[in-house]
Design a protein around this ligand. Sequence first.
Ligand code: BGC
Length: 382
Amino acid sequence: MSRAWHRSVLGAAVLGMGVLLTGTSAGAGSVDKTPFGNTQDGKAVNLYTLTNDRGASVKFIAYGGIITAINVPDRWGKLDNVVLGFKELADYESMNPYFGALIGRYGNRIGGAKFTLDGTQYQLAANNGPNSLHGGTKGFDKVVWAVEPLSGVSGAAARLNYTSKDGEEGYPGTLTVQVVYSLTNDNELRIDYEATTDKPTVVNLTSHSYFNLAGDGTGGIDDHILTISADRYTPVDATLIPTGQLASVTGTPFDFRQGAPIGARIRSNDPQMAYGRGYDHNFVLNRSGSGLSLAARVYEPRSGRIMEISTTEPGVQFYSGNFLDSTLIGAAGQQYRQTDGFCLETQHFPDSPNKPSFPTTVLKPGETLKSTTIHKFSTDAS
Ligand code: BGC
């Protein structure tokens, strides 16, 4: 399968967005910027707030492109922050389990922390047992992005740019990356990714928010009703590397096709659940064509909030926050316990550089990686 297969329609989407972002009108959203401290090596980091004309907002910082808050209404119209995060930049720098971060160059794991491309073997940092996770020691979650605020006719947006040097974290090629965060007036957080390279390389970009639709700090996510549009998932070995098999979800705790509470089968004795201490698996999305298609829907019954995720990517990693262990204190002052948040990371499959049968993550000079994911927030009252 060529890289262009699931990327091609995005040209139109990005063009459309360009018009949107350069326009202005009464009632358009706003982009605000405030200082958020300095990194340990002295770089100033700003906090940006995108606010749409319905009062919803998304906050992010230039460090790691980290989304620190998503404030959206419940069924009574009350705004709450639905993502986990810290108060201070120092916490994001020293102990962040990827809360809200942009992930690259390679989201999720590469087995044995190495891969071969065009006959050359590339050695990566083994930062997760024997494997390389989320781009290595200093991935895109730990660099300061250049941010350009953009205001548009519908909502608000900002563009983030980062150029990763040839050889950075062991990956070949200078990779030029652009990510646009847009908050539309339909309460959609839209994330558009683009990347180009000057040498063949591998890329898998994603966003790593931990959600709790009842509100950050309100407890566990067991009661959230999750639907995933996937007939198959990629089973893993004990180090969470896919075996290469695309297994049916039928009769397993991975069958979310009809919607099920996250907690209903999380303690099942399926051996796959032991490997990840819960859900930490890539689902093979049911797709028709290469455009945006619905990947997942999450409903939180107490608040009435609904999040629908559409993507151009072929997979989504469902991670149920299993490695949160009460040692981290969140922005609202509460401890984060196991399963206090969940991630749905749209992506190409883990370890694709070593799995020729998976959709390719190779990017070549002259090609442009284009990928889009939309998180649409609504409620059972709307
Ligand atoms: C991975 C988990 C990992 C987590 C780190 C997820 O994308 O699949 O295994 O623990 O990121 O926060």
